[in-house]
Design a protein around this ligand. Structure first.
Ligand code: FMN
Length: 336
């Protein structure tokens, strides 16, 4: 099950009991990857997203992981820092969002006051980069305390890790910018910190080459992602999760041979394409997002060749149970 932000948490970043129901309903996934949790308050980019720092957040997540484990499931927590994809109204004391370089993203983001233009972020100082790496380490520790089986670094979709990696958002001239190796450094340091805390076999990473979401652009994406993935080898990670959204380059063919852990693919898959990918050796496992959101018993539906519920995009991020925990399972549909 793909990581999916659902925006049903309290403003204090504490998941509610509804989250327990939501994840338990989807426990037949081989591995649940949670919605993204921010590693620090400066990494918060959306309303009602969860954190993994305070005691209350850890305690609430523990109830989720205990319930998932009691039902025989496995669950990793996705960790993020949104970087420049935030807004002063979401940050402590109205602070400017931070980023590798002070480059404003095109577009608008959801704030407590509705859709607003993104702002020009402030470039991180090197000591702040060091602190941010430490924040990922502490968040990993807290996630393990909360009972997660592991953690996934969100290095996809144009958030802070990919902002460092990409030439369009990183114009630094210090050790964290200019060459591909220096732009990859932040992600590699964060992963090293996460591995130091959890061990490589409990750490995964998600990337989305050429997704170009959140105004992220890289001048040489094939070279950049090849370099990054080759550097991952020494970390002995549990998995590399690559989500593709219409890229013309076959990144799975490019990246899979360069990686030494489980290779997970996602983005627009259905049962047929997913089974073909695994049977054909293109992936070790496949990741489903919106289909899992709308079908809590997705594996069983695939097994039976049963029809799927359609995801309701209007309720992807809206508060409450509607569109969250009220998608029927097959047996509920048959009873109804
Ligand atoms: C409602 C929603 C929220 C999402 N939130 C996240 C997120 O927090 N982190 C992430 O890495 N991807 C997120 N994604 C992307 C999914 O993880 C996945 O890559 C994408 O939906 C493609 O898979 P699919 O075609 O099976 O839906 C989200 C997708 C959806 C539909």
């Amino acid at each position: 099950m793909a990581p999916m932000t659902r925006s049903r948490n309290g403003e204090d970043g504490v998941p509610s009991d509804l989250a327990i129901t939501y994840y338990i309903q989807r426990v037949s996934a081989g591995l649940i990857i949670t919605e993204c949790a921010y590693v620090s308050l400066m990494g918060r980019g959306y309303v009602r997203t969860p954190g993994i720092g305070t005691d209350a957040q850890v305690a609430a997540w523990k109830r989720v992981t205990d319930a998932v484990h009691a039902s025989g499931g496995r669950i990793f927590m996705q960790l993020w820092h949104t970087g420049r994809i935030s807004h002063p109204s979401l940050l402590p004391e109205g602070a400017l969002p931070v980023a590798p370089s002070a480059i404003k993203p095109a577009g608008r983001g959801w704030t407590p006051n509705g859709l607003q233009d993104f702002v020009t972020p402030r470039a991180l100082r090197v000591d702040e980069i060091t602190q941010t790496v430490a924040d990922f380490r502490i968040a990993t520790r807290r996630a393990l305390e909360a009972g997660f089986d592991g953690v996934e670094l969100h290095a996809a979709s144009g958030y802070l890790p990919e902002q460092f990696l990409s030439s369009g958002t990183n114009q630094r001239q210090d050790d964290y910018g200019s060459s591909v190796a220096k732009r990859a450094r932040f992600i590699l340091e964060v992963l090293q910190a996460m591995v130091a805390e959890a061990g490589g076999d409990r750490v995964g990473i998600k990337i989305s080459p050429e997704m170009n979401f959140n105004d992220i652009v890289d001048a040489t994406p094939q070279e950049t992602f090849t370099y990054l993935v080759e550097q991952l080898r020494s970390l002995n990670l549990a998995y590399l999760h690559v989500a593709l959204f219409g890229a013309k380059v076959d990144y799975h063919a490019l990246l899979r041979p360069r990686f030494n852990g489980a290779y997970l693919i996602g983005g627009g898959l259905d049962q047929k394409s997913a089974e073909a990918a695994v049977a054909g050796g293109r992936a070790d496992a496949t990741v489903f997002g919106s289909a899992f959101l709308a079908n809590p018993d997705l594996p069983e539906r695939f097994r039976q060749g049963a029809p799927l519920n359609t995801p309701d995009t209007n309720t992807f991020y809206s508060p409450g149970a509607r569109g969250y925990t009220d998608y029927p399972s097959l047996s509920e549909t048959i009873t109804a």
